[in-house]
Design a protein around this ligand. Structure first.
Ligand code: PLP
Length: 385
């Protein structure tokens, strides 16, 4: 094979020197799952797998691939059915499906803010949003994590420079993917209304976890009518793949016309669409898995407190709980030791998080038992003692 150019090889060496070299791991299904985003167990559900198959057969929706982009030959009728279902389930005027959350954020943030517009985003925002912003024309400014005060300061500082018809966007996640914590969404919505800002909320880690049927945190707080756009991904609590932007009819039209990650890609296969459809059917029935997940989160928090571990966890009511280790080697060792004890807990290392903020990211699921949760916490307690 042709050798890697030297400057790229040097960058890989630097990663190795920092003990931060990434490689693809083997997936070991024998370990207890504390690392996947399959919060409700839908990705591993045989019933869902069969239901998607039955649905395809019943509706005669055959085809292995979609054959083209949605604007040409790939707009399978199931897309229309699904987008209608999302409008009802998520109480949205309109809905537009993308191939993934990465695509949705890339397309949205690269195309919506225009030259002269300001985007104020939480410093811990997901990489897909940052990538979209870096392709776009607006001026992106970060504010301190979950800090409304810093957001206010940043907006005030920019205000004098804002052009007459510039638009200000505020971007956050309802549940942060690394820390599992949340902004005060109610205050943020009030702030955006008073200051004429367009609020965009990524609900990737909230759907399936918050709300009566897993509709997300925005709907649990009844804020859905007051937000410019929500991004929901299906690869986490919904257990499959793809994403939807929930917004107005007019923004949907805008994205169909200008979001390049929507326009220039092959649509999802009928099987993917059927799986999403049946996963939402399960949510619609008020899946028992949601209440079981909540019980497990509660149990985990009580036991972590009892073992004196709470102070090292970032405060979270979600399925994601982060234990701060603050050292790359230690974080790797802890994760390895937990895996040796049959608990699949992964370390999140720099550069995914800033250097010195390395942590263990513990994901809870509806299918974790009390014994499993206790076992993992006890192992952790021994490691830190
Ligand atoms: C907050 C957030 N937004 C977007 C994405 C991207 O979603 P997807 O995995 O569907 O590309 C992720 C997943 O990593 C995420 O955590």
């Amino acid at each position: 094979m042709v050798d890697l150019p030297q400057k790229l090889a040097r960058k890989l060496d630097q990663r190795r020197e920092k003990n931060a070299f990434r490689h693809l791991p083997d997936v070991n299904h024998d370990l207890i799952d504390f690392s996947s985003n399959d919060y409700l167990g839908l990705a591993r559900s045989r019933a869902l797998f069969r239901a998607a198959d039955d649905f395809l057969n019943k509706t005669q929706s055959f085809g292995n691939g979609s054959t083209g982009s949605r604007l040409i030959t790939g707009n399978h009728p199931l897309y229309v059915t699904l987008e209608k279902k999302f409008c009802e389930f998520h109480q949205s005027e309109s809905a537009l499906i993308f191939n993934s959350g990465y695509d949705a954020n890339l397309g949205f943030f690269a195309s919506v803010p225009q030259r002269g517009d300001i985007i104020l985003y939480d410093e811990y925002i997901h990489a897909s949003i940052r990538d979209g912003l870096s392709l776009g024309q607006g001026k992106a400014i970060k504010f301190r994590h979950n800090s409304l005060d810093d957001l206010k300061n940043k907006l005030n500082r920019e205000r004098a420079k804002i052009l007459e018809n510039a638009v200000v966007y505020v971007v956050t996640e309802s549940i942060f993917s690394m820390d599992g914590d949340s902004p005060d969404l109610k205050l943020l919505v009030d702030f955006c209304e008073v200051n004429n800002c367009y609020l965009v909320v990524d609900e990737a880690h909230a759907v399936g976890v918050f709300g009566d049927k897993g509709e997300g945190l925005v709907q649990q707080l009844n804020l859905q009518k007051r937000i410019f756009a929500r991004i929901v991904t299906f690869g986490k609590g919904v257990g499959c793949h793809g994403a939807v932007v929930l917004t107005s009819e007019s923004l949907k039209s805008y994205l169909i016309n200008f979001a390049r990650s929507f326009i220039y890609t092959t649509g999802l296969s009928p099987h993917s669409l059927a799986t999403i459809f049946m996963a939402y059917d399960e949510l619609d029935k008020k899946s028992k898995a949601i209440s079981q997940l909540r019980k497990n989160i509660e149990f985990f928090k009580i036991e972590a407190e009892r073992l004196n571990l709470s102070s090292r966890f970032i405060n979270s009511n979600s399925a994601i709980h982060c234990f701060l280790v603050a050292n790359i080697d230690k974080a790797k060792t802890f994760s390895l030791k937990l895996q040796e004890g049959a608990c699949d807990v992964r370390a999140i290392l720099s550069p995914t998080v800033p250097e010195g903020q390395e942590r263990l990211r513990i994901c809870l699921h509806s299918y974790n038992t009390d014994e499993e949760i206790l076992k993992m916490l006890r192992l952790l307690s021994v490691l830190v003692s």
